[in-house]
Design a protein around this ligand. Structure first.
Ligand SMILES: C[S@@+](CC[C@H](N)C(=O)[O-])C[C@H]1O[C@@H](n2cnc3c(N)ncnc32)[C@H](O)[C@@H]1O
Length: 219
């Protein structure tokens, strides 16, 4: 492992706004940190954490938890949240697959999945964060009508998501194959992720779908 990564890992393990599944951190510690009853939004695969940080700044009435398996990546978001005194932004080092062990009941209000790795090869389908297996995982800790938002530049992943959602009869609330050209007022347009800024600058269209789980059809 590179020296810079090691330094970052050493710093984040002592930060009060960074939690680690492998250290036994759980929902209780995280809620204690937020210290309020405001809704919690999870950002899955938060990378460097600036999206979680910026959302938290923009929407102080909600709590935002950025989650990534790579601890060294979320260093920037975690440090900025402390330096700019943003108490509704926190981070969790964990595999997404482990979240049902951390969030035991259906209490999380919202999930955002921004620019996940598309895993376009058929054999990798189970790794797509909108595969039926992942949707089942989210159901276990989301509130009944909790919205899930997917943003991607990848047409295959977007079409795959729509196909799965229709097949399993989930409730699609909104979808577009060109998010930034729609006039609709959507909170998801207000803050851009690191990847999104890059893709928008390159002139790529951002696809977006917002949905919630149909529990009757998927008990
Ligand atoms: C393409 S990056 C997107 C970063 C950020 N969301 C953005 O839009 O700028 C995907 C991130 O997801 C994380 N990731 C991928 N699979 C994961 C998993 N199963 N559990 C936790 N994190 C995961 C990766 O480590 C990586 O940082």
């Amino acid at each position: 492992m590179g020296r810079k990564k090691l330094i970052k890992l050493n710093v984040i393990k002592d930060l009060e706004n960074v939690f680690d599944f492998r250290d036994g951190d759980d929902e209780k510690n995280i809620r204690k940190y937020f210290d309020n009853d405001n809704p919690i939004t999870l950002e899955l695969g938060c990378g460097h954490g600036e999206y979680t940080f910026n959302l938290a700044r923009e929407y102080p009435g909600r709590n935002f938890l950025g989650i990534d398996i790579k601890g060294s990546r979320l260093y920037n978001g975690a440090i900025d949240s402390i330096q700019y005194d943003i108490p509704n932004s926190a981070f969790l080092v964990s595999r997404i697959e482990k979240l049902p062990e951390i969030f035991s009941e259906e209490k999380i209000e919202e999930i955002i999945i921004p620019f996940p790795d598309p895993h376009v090869r058929r054999r990798s389908e189970k790794h797509r964060l909108v595969s039926p297996e992942f949707l089942k995982t989210y159901k276990s800790f989301l509130v009944e009508k909790g919205n899930i938002h997917l943003k991607t530049d990848n047409t295959e992943l977007y079409e795959y998501a729509l196909k799965i959602l229709q097949k399993e009869k989930h409730n699609i609330i909104y979808s577009t194959s060109d998010l930034h050209s729609t006039d609709d007022e959507l909170f998801i347009k207000t803050v851009l992720t690191r990847y999104e800024k890059h893709y928008v600058n390159e002139g790529r269209k951002i696809k977006y779908v917002c949905f919630n789980i149909n529990r009757k059809e998927n008990p």
